[in-house]
Design a protein around this ligand. Structure first.
Ligand code: ADP
Ligand code: MG
Length: 324
């Protein structure tokens, strides 16, 4: 199986027509026509086997996730996705693997009308790099540096499920064997098939002052907003939105570690003025993911997790740090 057969296979499965793609896969480079008067938002993320996904991950889920984590970055900027590039490094030219991978990628790409316009195919240890491009109206992208003292802190969806799913996969606690299969499967699905909050990100362009997607862990990622904005953040631990699957699988302390420290949920964490709260909650409920108020932007620096009496909760593991 030659490299070019694999590329043809990927191209056939990811075919999406877009008028702004002048020239897609097949030449030395793609030719793209960004909409006049918009800002171009660009991001890339790599998934390496054993680091970002367990070797047990199916090819189809991997294809989905490789695009999902990248679309999540565009969502966090409030951008509308348009084009993607895919650099695939494969240990062997496995046609079935590539077909399944491309199907998973294409399934999510179709939902957001993202055209795959190019990439690279090489041999080596399994690794996937995707580049995504999206648009926002001029100077309207959401950033990490706009949070202001007095703003409320929100998160979309529910938090901690992906870390709970990983704990289930790794069979980290003996009691997980007693958790209903349905709950375990729901958590693992959130790890392997995250939903990028693209529509929520666009909707937040009118109200959020700062935004980030939760990839490394809620405290770690909100820490980036705090640092970039020059503020502190206080989170009310008991307000963190929790899925019924996570509730049924973990007791309170374990749950809090997963929710505050675990990564990979790809929810949006953001700040907005209090007077926008009702509109935000209504708009995001309408989009299906919802938003929950979990804290407040304060003076100072760093992120503090508080219990119902206002005491600080200290966690052992603040989120994933690649070089720690
Ligand atoms: P070059 O050698 O000029 O870099 P390649 O032979 O690597 O070109 O790729 C040929 C065409 O196929 C290019 O248009 C490239 O963007 C595209 N391509 C290669 N690998 C992939 C991939 N994994 N996914 C999508 N497009 C790819
Ligand atoms: Mg060339």
């Amino acid at each position: 199986m030659a490299e070019f057969d694999l590329i043809d296979l990927i191209r056939a499965r990811c075919a999406i027509e877009r008028a702004d793609v002048r020239l897609g896969i097949g030449d030395d480079a793609a030719i793209l026509a960004p909409p006049a008067g918009h800002d171009l938002v660009v991001s890339t993320d790599t998934l390496v086997e054993g680091v970002h996904f367990p070797a047990s991950t199916g090819a189809r889920d991997l294809g989905w996730k490789a695009l999902a984590v990248n679309l999540s970055d565009l969502a966090a900027m409030g951008a509308t996705p348009a084009w993607a590039l895919l650099a695939l490094t494969l240990p062997v030219a496995d046609r079935a693997f590539v077909a399944d991978f491309a199907d998973g990628f294409a399934e999510l790409a179709a939902q957001h009308r993202v055209a795959l316009v190019g990439g690279d195919t090489t041999s080596g240890p399994l690794s996937v790099t995707v580049v995504v491009h999206g648009f926002v109206p001029p100077e309207r992208a959401l950033r990490r540096d706009g949070a202001r003292i007095g703003d409320q802190v929100f998160v979309t969806g529910a938090i901690g499920d992906a870390a709970g799913g990983l704990a289930c996969l790794e069979r980290r606690h003996p009691h997980l064997f007693e958790v209903p299969a349905e709950a375990r499967e729901a958590l693992i699905a959130r790890l392997e098939r995250p939903t990028p909050r693209v529509a929520a990100g666009s909707a937040l362009r009118d109200s959020a002052t700062a935004c980030i997607d939760v990839s490394d862990g809620l405290l770690a990622d909100l820490g980036h907003i705090a640092a970039r904005s020059g503020v502190g953040i206080e989170l009310d631990a008991w307000k963190l939105p929790t899925s019924s699957a996570l509730l049924s699988a973990f007791e309170e302390n374990e749950r809090l570690v997963l929710q505050a420290g675990g990564g990979d949920d790809y929810e949006l964490a953001f700040t907005a003025p209090l007077e926008r709260a009702t509109t935000i909650e209504r708009d995001l409920a309408r989009l299906g993911c919802g938003a929950t108020r979990i804290g407040t932007v304060v003076g100072g620096s760093g992120v503090r997790l508080l219990d119902a009496k206002g005491g600080e909760i200290r966690l052992s593991r603040r989120g994933w740090n690649h070089f720690a």
